[in-house]
Each structure stands twice: as structure tokens, then as C-alpha cells.
Design a protein around this ligand. Structure first.
Ligand SMILES: NC(=O)c1ccc[n+]([C@@H]2O[C@H](COP(=O)([O-])OP(=O)(O)OC[C@H]3O[C@@H](n4cnc5c(N)ncnc54)[C@H](OP(=O)(O)O)[C@@H]3O)[C@@H](O)[C@H]2O)c1
Length: 294
């Protein structure tokens, strides 16, 4: 999309450490495993010991689970820093080569009915935690002439009923692009991996949560949105059948990590091209096109 993307032929992932958040499942797990297999030293954060054990049982020497890391907890982030710093010193590694923001959830609901507590958590995980992680780890990234990677939505377009996810993505897009400018003096690029539909447990989780939410909503307010939500659920389940394997995201991240001059945006996954096209239209036209489908 932007500048050329030469991959350094002599690039060697060995001896370079990367930190990936949210590695218990889906994109985070696939990216952690793939990049550890390729030779990066991967610090893979998870929230609980069971997921850490699952990663350990893969017996990849370069895959190091870091837990518990609940991104709503500043003490967990501080502890993760201590553990990672110690491990880097023990392995005689110069710093952190990449910080990969991946963790996130998100639910389906019209703005009028969003559960504010859940939304608050989502904002913490997707926006505040990445800033906190940057503030904590940037000195280590500077030491290794590293890069920042964001796993994100494919485009900034309004999509009804998923605003708790997309509003974070819009704001994270702002963080990622601004960071690119602020960190230019140290040549630390900020790279967005813009994912279309990826096959992960996230969609089933969000349908289960939607069913719970519907039971908790006042019936007369739910009825206002019932048809729209039903239509959306049907569209999403057709979309689900075509989602891309998360391994493709793992490969895109690897490409972005190995490129001498990485692009600012990589595009991967089902419908990511169409979404990017919609984003390229004037906002009024994109909004009108999307509203015609609802
Ligand atoms: N799937 C897609 O089509 C798609 C498309 C575009 C962008 N994305 C983005 O990709 C990222 C990964 O999503 P996914 O589809 O791979 O979903 P996923 O399989 O559900 O993975 C989400 C990860 O985030 C972790 N997480 C959630 N809340 C957390 C918290 N408070 N602290 C720390 N970790 C937390 C989860 O840990 P637990 O297991 O402990 O909950 C899990 O490891 C998300 O940011 C999502 O918005 C996904």
C-alpha cells in the first residue's frame, strides 16, 4: 500500500526477542508459535497458568509464556517487564525487537444497549494497555532498534453493532499512525496488520455473549433492535464460513518483522481488500453504502 517492502535477505530472527499479547488462542497463539518456530525468541503473554502450560507443552525452546498478564492490571504489566528484562539479560539479548499488540475481545450490541462495564474493560485492554506497554517497553525497543506491530481491523468504516470493537480500532489506528511520527527519530516503525475475517474462537465467544446480553436487556428496548441484530447475526455466520486461517496473519507478522523497510500497513484475511476499498471512499459515500445494507 505504501513504500516498497524489501525483505533483508540476510535477516536472521535468531537472537531477536518479540513480545506478543493475548496468546491463549486465535491470532496471538498462531503468531507466537509460528514466529518462535521461525527463530524469534517469543514472549507470549497469557492470563492464566493453563494456557501457559499449553504453550510450554509445545516444547519450543524459543516460545516463552509470560503470565499472568491481564492487561487491565498495571501490576501484571510491571511484573511482565521484570520477567522479560531478566530473561533478556540471561539470554544476553540486546533488548526487545518487537512489541505486538494483539489482545482484545469485544461484544455485539447496539450503542444504546452496550454493557458499559464490558466496554470499559475493552477500552482498557485495547487502548490504555498498549499505551502502558509502550511506556514500559520503549526503552527496550530502542536498545534493539525494534518495531511496534498492531493487530487491527481492516478499515476504518462504521459497522453497526460492533462499535465496542471498532471504536477501539479507530483509536488504535490513531495511536499507531501518530507513533510512527513520534518515533521517527529512533527509526522505530509502527506497523498495522489489518485483518479481515480470521477464523478464531472470538466469533463464537461474541455470539454466546450476545445471547447472554439479550436475556439481560429490557425486552421493549431489545425489540427495537431485534430485526437488525438477527440480520447481522445471519450475515456474520455466512461470513464466518469464509474466514481465513490465523496462520496467514502469523505469516504477515513475520514478513513485517523481517522486512528491512516494513510497510505501515499489511492487509490479510477475508474481505480485507473490500474493507480497505470502502475506507478509501469519501466518508459520506462509505457511510451511505453501509447504511443501505441495514
Ligand atoms: N478474528 C478476526 O476476524 C479479527 C479481525 C481483525 C482484528 N482482530 C483482532 O485480533 C485480536 C485477537 O483476536 P482473535 O480473533 O485472535 O480472538 P481470540 O482468539 O479470542 O484471542 C483474544 C486474546 O486476547 C486475550 N485477552 C482478552 N482480554 C484480555 C485481557 N484483559 N488481558 C489480557 N489478554 C486478554 C485473550 O485471552 P483469554 O483467553 O484469557 O481471554 C486471547 O488470548 C483482537 O484484538 C481482535 O480485535 C481479529
Amino acid at each position: 500500500l505504501e513504500q516498497s517492502n524489501p525483505t533483508s535477505k540476510g535477516f536472521n530472527p535468531h537472537g531477536r526477542a518479540v513480545l506478543i499479547t493475548g496468546c491463549s488462542s486465535g491470532i496471538g497463539r498462531a503468531t507466537a508459535v509460528y514466529n518462535a518456530q521461525k527463530g524469534f525468541t517469543v514472549f507470549a503473554t497469557v492470563r492464566d497458568s493453563a494456557h501457559a502450560d499449553e504453550l510450554k507443552n509445545l516444547q519450543l525452546p524459543e516460545l516463552i509464556p509470560v503470565f499472568p498478564v491481564d492487561l487491565t492490571r498495571s501490576d501484571h504489566i510491571a511484573n511482565a517487564f521484570k520477567k522479560i528484562n531478566t530473561e533478556l539479560e540471561q539470554r544476553d539479548l540486546p533488548g526487545l525487537y518487537a512489541l505486538i499488540h494483539n489482545a482484545g475481545g469485544g461484544s455485539i450490541a447496539p450503542i444504546e444497549l452496550i454493557d458499559l462495564e464490558k466496554y470499559h474493560i475493552e477500552l482498557q485492554v485495547r487502548l490504555l494497555a498498549p499505551v502502558s506497554l509502550l511506556q514500559t517497553f520503549l526503552p527496550l525497543l530502542r536498545n534493539a532498534r525494534g518495531r511496534v506491530v498492531w493487530i487491527q481491523t481492516p478499515a476504518l468504516i462504521p459497522t453497526p453493532y460492533v462499535v465496542s470493537i471498532h471504536s477501539c480500532d479507530f483509536a488504535a489506528n490513531c495511536l499507531a499512525r501518530t507513533l510512527n511520527i513520534e518515533l521517527k527519530p529512533w527509526r522505530i516503525p509502527s506497523i498495522m496488520i489489518r485483518c479481515g475475517g480470521i477464523q478464531t474462537p472470538a466469533s463464537d465467544k461474541s455470539y454466546r455473549e450476545l445471547d447472554d446480553a439479550i436475556r439481560s436487556w429490557e425486552p421493549e428496548r431489545y425489540r427495537l433492535y431485534a430485526d437488525g441484530l438477527e440480520r447481522t447475526r445471519k450475515e456474520f455466520s455466512e461470513f464466518d464460513a469464509k474466514r481465513t486461517n490465523p496462520q496467514e496473519v502469523a505469516k504477515a507478522v513475520y514478513k513485517a518483522l523481517c522486512a528491512t523497510k516494513p510497510k505501515h500497513r499489511y492487509q490479510v484475511g477475508h474481505m480485507s481488500g473490500m474493507a480497505a476499498f470502502l475506507e478509501s471512499l469519501p466518508q459520506s459515500i462509505a457511510d451511505w453504502m453501509i447504511s443501505m445494507r441495514n
